[in-house]
Write a protein that binds this ligand. Structure first.
Ligand code: ATP
Length: 247
């Protein structure tokens, strides 16, 4: 594992009134790692991820993402990461190419960089024939791949993926994960939430949140050993069984 730390948090906490949504979480994520961020519904994943992306400030604790302070430099963090939300932000009434150009501009790429990177991404995704297709008419799996490509168009150090494969078939999910591996092998750090436990097996390390706390964090193999479980699904169910929050 690369020893360079890209995300580091200590005792990171978020309270809403007297409710503690994220309760003193601590971990480091290294360059090129695929870090799986798991938890049952309501465990606090989205709240934690929003703090790491510079979208909301922590109530307490400390941390840095891509070298910037999560307590004070949210704006800088936003410019140095990629983010793919559950309801991705593509414009459905613009074409594939127009979306790429738009986001490349938002991320501060100049015209030449935009041309180069957007063309390379279209090729990599096998999307060249869809360059002028309206995004709204693409199948869900294609939109997800395009969202991922756009989230990495400015070559961020770290990309946050919030349930990027929700609702698509296993073959498309597998293709999506190939994109993730490729980005990670080029040194991009991947921070990903998922509800699919087969995907948890593909991660370098996995953290599992329950009721606002990180209750387990290790490689999938070591977690299975620790919980004497056959699969990550079993590890997850063992931990989530005691949860107070969620359905
Ligand atoms: P899911 O997988 O269902 O999205 P999650 O793990 O992402 O769950 P969060 O969305 O982070 O969970 O929510 C954690 C807890 O914090 C929940 O109980 C939620 O109701 C609460 N919460 C989230 N945002 C707010 C807010 N703005 N004000 C008050 N409570 C909030």
């Amino acid at each position: 594992m690369n020893s360079e730390i890209v995300i580091s948090v200590r005792e990171l906490t978020k309270r809403f009134g007297d409710f503690t949504a994220v309760d003193r979480i601590s971990f480091d994520v290294h360059r090129g790692e695929i870090f799986g961020f798991l938890g049952a519904n309501g465990a606090g994943k989205t709240t934690a991820m929003r703090m790491l992306c510079g979208l909301s400030y922590p109530t307490a604790g400390s941390g840095s993402v891509a070298g910037f302070d999560v307590m004070r430099e949210g704006e800088k963090i936003k410019r140095h990461i990629g983010y793919m939300s559950q309801r991705f932000s593509l414009y459905i009434d613009l074409t594939v190419w127009e979306n790429m150009r738009l986001f490349a501009g938002i991320y501060g790429l100049n015209r030449r960089e935009t041309e180069e990177r957007a063309s390379a991404l279209l090729k990599r995704l096998n999307f060249e024939a869809e360059r002028d297709t309206l995004v709204g008419s693409l199948p869900l799996g294609w939109k997800q791949k395009l969202s991922f490509a756009i989230a990495t168009i400015h070559r961020p150090e770290v990309v946050f993926l919030d349930e990027p494969t929700g609702g698509v078939d296993p073959v498309t999910r597998r293709q999506f994960w190939e994109l993730i591996y490729e980005a990670a092998s080029e040194g991009t750090t991947i921070f990903v939430t998922t509800h699919y436990m087969d995907e948890a097996e593909y991660c370098s390390r996995v953290s599992i949140m329950v009721d606002g706390e990180v209750r387990a964090l290790d490689t999938p193999a070591r977690l299975k050993q620790q919980f004497a479980a056959e699969s990550m699904d079993e590890v997850f169910r063992t931990l989530a069984r005691g949860a107070q929050r969620g359905e």
